[in-house]
Design a binder for this molecule. Structure first.
Ligand SMILES: *[C@@H]1O[C@H](CO)[C@@H](O)[C@H](O)[C@H]1NC(C)=O
Ligand SMILES: *[C@@H]1O[C@H](CO)[C@@H](O)[C@H](O)[C@H]1NC(C)=O
Ligand SMILES: *[C@@H]1O[C@H](CO)[C@@H](O)[C@H](O)[C@H]1NC(C)=O
Ligand SMILES: *[C@@H]1O[C@H](CO)[C@@H](O)[C@H](O)[C@H]1NC(C)=O
Ligand SMILES: *[C@@H]1O[C@H](CO)[C@@H](O)[C@H](O)[C@H]1NC(C)=O
Ligand SMILES: *[C@@H]1O[C@H](CO)[C@@H](O)[C@H](O)[C@H]1NC(C)=O
Ligand SMILES: *[C@@H]1O[C@H](CO)[C@@H](O)[C@H](O)[C@H]1NC(C)=O
Length: 876
């Protein structure tokens, strides 16, 4: 310990560079033992701040050598003198070319103590405390110094690892330390004057490195679970084994070597990286799906003294589709009933060694032969992977008894790295017989038939056969549907005969086709059905008609109007349009056809002006075959409010029924009043004269030899309330006709019934009345046409005329006829009457003498009373 005295070596580092800044310390101090062996590391010039520049370092003292990393070593065995040694190191930049040695810098440099890092070993066995190194301060030359240390490893954990001899500065370590826990300590040493306790030097940081010992074995740092595809080529990467070692990095203590302890025939591992690869291409998942191999990791580069660890790596093989599905049998057979659809026929099991449930395992089936007619379907049972063979379309034993199929099974995934291919298997299906019902020769029979063929005509035969016996024997035929009952099916022969008129124009016929369905029944009551489509050929059995023959022609002042007439023919071409139109002779000079040419319509034109009214125009319409009949077009010429609508109709409908009826009533009353007035005037004149003659004596008296009412009186009786029966009834009827004719429809009936209340008792022509009352029946008879388009006023005028005529007629009638029918008034001329009888017996026999006229007396007065109206008498 005493031998190990300390000396100072002053190092001067001159940096002669053209740059202003220096990257190295200018002053270095080192403490070294008195005697130094050659190669002793004295210190190190810190070049950390010099970057990557290439530096050239040289020492001016031959005793010391400088390495390129800045380490200063002794070049020879030297003894350091008491006052130390000074030398300098020249650091030259690669491009430096200016050199200058400055001695003054040496003299002025501030001294500073900075020892090299000390080293201690981890896990040291002791004995403790153990000297590490002595520290010393320059100031110990001039003062009695007391040393102390503080910091990590001294005053902080691990506390008291280090201690210092305060007098001689010996640094000691007190217990073992683990490098993996504390790789380095940096604490502070201070120098005080022992007497004054004044700090005599700057605090010196002291670094103690803990030297590594290989005390940690490598560890696996990741789970040893790997996977690789089966059948992989040799050299395929399986995975990497990762390991760590807590010892000092980049030393042999942490240099790990990887190795496999078994399974080396199948796998290999890279010694340095731990990468596992395959060694063989024969790994088969279907044989063995996982391998376990022992992996060893060893530090010290695998040297025998290295520490090691072992682990069991699991290597899983992943599936590839290297196995096709295989059939368990070399032939599959089954029986299938004919005439059955959508039935499962066969379950075909397959084997697939690949991983269950994956596309490498799931089977897809294909019928490679035998499905030419599309009878079969195949599906995969997702649970069992079986092939399910279905009959999709019924099979027919009579056609083919043995069905031969070929089935191929594939996987959803394609085959990989496999020499095998998809497997095929034959299937034989025996179609078993079934007793079938009769079958019609064709499911649909088409027959062409002319319409209107006579009843009983044979139009065809529709027969069926038994598919087993190929014979029609014993089969009976029945009609199932025949909407028009047009066809009869002969029960035993299947003959189809016309039962009723076949009409192409019937609503039961669509697109010229009429369908019936027929049933065939064999002896065992099995049935089969068939359809007969009867294509009906057209016959010219319809003439062209004018569907709307009632037309309105608007008359215009000074202009002739025209009107369009349309025609249709329910037959088909060529029995239909274009039509030709011809006017009959009677229309000549009244109507003409404008621009006559064949078509479906024609324009009727007025030739002369004609008054408003309804005109019947006979029009001959012929189809393309020249077949046609005369059609009557009824043209109503009128003033129009708008095109196609007569003005009168508008008025009547605007006024309403009641207004019209009120008008009619008023007119009727007026007429009655007038007639009455006329009558009264005519009778009164005569009577006045008679009265005058009676009052004023000696007036003229006309000779009269009858006591029956006179001509005038008789006429007047027709319209007095008691006797106006026939006229009222007739007028009643006419009114109703007029109302209906004015297109009042339903309301006209009300009008009729209203009148009924007032006139019922007087009706003489009951049947006519009812006709008027019930509009429905009324439209059909000819009087409808006669009055249909007349206005109310026209009707009224007609009534007036009619009444006049009737009155004249009655006037002309023989007296004898009415003598019995009509009421007659007679005065009382019984016994005691001063006038005596005016009857036949009182007729004077003696006509020669006219003396009695001078004294007529009460007898004449009675006679005069008969002729005089009550009112007149009242007035008197
Ligand atoms: C010791 O004292 C002398 C004389 O005062 C002085 O020259 C020298 O530099 C001092 N040494 C140190 C290391 O302070
Ligand atoms: C092992 O380390 C490598 C590289 O550091 C890394 O890529 C790989 O994922 C690690 N393996 C495992 C299993 O963690
Ligand atoms: C290697 O050895 C382990 C047991 O240590 C064993 O489980 C494993 O199967 C072996 N692997 C091979 C490929 O023999
Ligand atoms: C058989 O043919 C039918 C009709 O072509 C078709 O729909 C069906 O898919 C086919 N079946 C198979 C298994 O190929
Ligand atoms: C056919 O018979 C039906 C009634 O059975 C009869 O109405 C029809 O007019 C007849 N048709 C012919 C063209 O004889
Ligand atoms: C009508 O019948 C004819 C032949 O008979 C056919 O070509 C056409 O498609 C049918 N039209 C309709 C609407 O059924
Ligand atoms: C008649 O049968 C045919 C074919 O089945 C069908 O297209 C047509 O609509 C049927 N006609 C009637 C009126 O039922």
């Amino acid at each position: 310990m005493s031998r190990c005295s300390l000396f100072y070596i002053s190092l001067l580092v001159l940096v002669l560079r053209y740059s202003v800044e220096s990257c190295v310390q200018r002053h270095v101090q080192a403490q070294v033992p008195e005697k130094l062996q050659a190669g002793y590391v004295v210190s190190k010039v810190n070049l950390d701040h010099c970057g990557f520049r290439q530096l050239y370092l040289v020492s001016n003292d031959p005793d010391f050598a400088v390495q390129t990393d800045g380490t200063i070593l002794t070049a020879d065995v030297i003894t350091v003198p008491d006052d130390g040694k000074s030398f300098w190191v020249l650091v030259q930049d690669q491009r430096g070319h200016k050199w200058k040695v400055n001695h003054k810098v040496l003299q002025r440099a501030k001294r500073r103590w900075s020892p090299l890092p000390f080293n201690i070993r981890e896990n040291d066995k002791g004995p403790f405390p153990k000297d590490v190194e002595r520290i010393a301060s320059d100031s110990s030359v001039n003062y009695t110094i007391k040393y102390s240390i503080e910091g990590p490893g001294v005053t902080t954990t691990p506390i008291n690892l280090f201690s210092v001899d305060s007098i001689n500065g010996m640094l000691r370590v007190n217990f073992a330390v683990d490098r993996e826990e504390y790789p380095q300590f940096i604490f502070t040493a201070r120098a005080f004057d022992r007497y004054t306790n004044q700090e005599k030097d700057l605090p010196l940081p002291i670094t103690v490195n803990v030297q590594d010992e290989n005390d940690n074995a490598p560890q696996f740092s990741s789970p040893l679970i790997f996977s690789v595809e089966e059948q992989s080529n040799p050299g395929t990467v399986v995975g990497q084994v990762n390991a760590t070692d807590r010892d000092e990095p980049n030393t042999p203590h942490t240099s790990i070597r990887y190795s496999l302890l078994n399974g080396t025939d199948l796998f290999a591992i890279n010694y340095d990286s731990g990468l596992i690869t395959t060694r063989t291409g024969t790994l088969d998942r279907e044989t063995q799906d996982r391998y376990f191999v022992r992996v060893e990791i060893k530090d010290m580069g695998g040297a025998p003294n290295g520490l090691s660890n072992q682990g069991l790596a699991s290597i899983f093989l992943t599936d590839i589709n290297d196995n096709p599905p295989t059939f368990k049998q070399s032939l599959y057979t089954a029986q299938v009933k004919e005439n059955q659809a959508n039935v499962l026929v066969l379950r075909i099991p397959v084997d697939d060694k690949d991983l269950k449930g994956t596309p490498n395992w799931k089977a897809v089936y294909e019928i490679t032969k035998g499905n030419e007619s599309g009878n079969f379907l195949i599906r995969t049972d997702p649970a069992t992977n079986e092939g399910l063979l279905y009959v999709a379309k019924p099979l027919d034993r009579e056609k083919q008894e043995l069905m031969k199929l070929e089935l191929m099974a594939r996987n959803e995934a394609p085959l990989v790295r496999s020499s095998s291919s998809w497997k095929k298997v034959p299937i034989e299906l025996t179609v078993t017989n079934e007793d079938e019902g009769p079958e019609f020769s064709a499911p649909i029979l088409r027959l062409k038939v002319k319409e209107n063929v006579p009843n009983g005509t044979l139009i065809g035969t529709y027969t069926a056969i038994d598919p087993e016996t190929k014979s029609s024997k014993g089969i009976k035929y029945y009609k199932v549907t025949d909407p028009g009952s047009w066809i009869n099916v002969m029960e035993t022969t299947g003959d189809l005969k016309v039962a009723n008129t076949i009409d192409r124009e019937s609503p039961l016929v669509y697109n010229n086709t009429y369908n019936i369905t027929v049933k065939a029944v064999d002896e065992s009551q099995k049935t089969g059905t068939g359809t007969v489509l009867i294509l009906i050929e057209d016959v010219n059995d319809n003439v062209p008609i004018i569907p709307k023959p009632d037309l309105v022609l608007c008359s215009r002042d000074g202009q002739r109007s025209s009107i369009l007439v349309n025609a249709v023919d329910y037959d088909e071409s060529p029995y239909s349009g274009p039509f030709t139109f011809e006017l009959s002779k009677e229309s000549e000079g009244k109507w003409k056809i404008k621009d006559p040419k064949p078509g479906t319509s024609v324009v009727l034109e007025q030739v002369v002006d004609m008054p408003n009214g309804v005109y019947k125009v006979p029009l001959l319409v012929k189809d393309l075959q020249g077949v046609g009949e005369e059609q009557i077009v009824s043209v109503h010429v009128c003033e129009c409010v708008k095109e196609g609508e007569c003005a009168a109709q508008r008025i009547s409908s605007r006024l309403g029924v009641w207004a019209v009826l009120a008008m009619l009533l008023a007119l009727l009353l007026l007429l009655l009043l007038c007639l009455l007035f006329v009558l009264v005037c005519s009778t009164k004149g005569e009577k006045l004269r008679m009265t005058d003659e009676y009052d004023g004596t000696g007036g003229m008296l006309l000779k009269s030899n009858t006591e029956a009412p006179g001509e005038e009186v008789k006429d007047a009786l027709l319209v007095t309330p008691g006797s106006g029966i026939d006229g009222g009834g007739a007028m009643e009827h006419q009114t109703v006709v007029g109302a209906a004719g004015g297109a009042l429809g339903q309301q006209a009936i009300h009008a009729g019934s209203m009148y009924q209340g007032g006139t019922q008792g007087y009706m003489t022509n009951q049947s006519m009345y009812s006709t008027g009352q019930y509009g429905g029946g009324f439209y059909g008879n000819s009087s409808y046409n006669k009055f249909s388009d007349m206005s109310i006023l026209d009707t009224w005028r007609t009534n007036e005329l009619y009444l006049d005529n009737k009155l004249v007629y009655f006037g002309e009638e023989e007296d004898g006829r009415f003598a019995a029918d009509l009421l007659k008034s007679y005065g009382y001329e019984g016994v005691g009457s001063p006038a005596g009888s005016v009857g036949c017996c009182s007729v004077l026999s003696n006509q020669d003498s006219l003396d009695f006229l001078d004294s007529l007396g009460p007898k004449f007065r009675t006679l005069a009373d008969v002729c005089m109206s009550k009112t007149e008498r009242g007035e008197q």
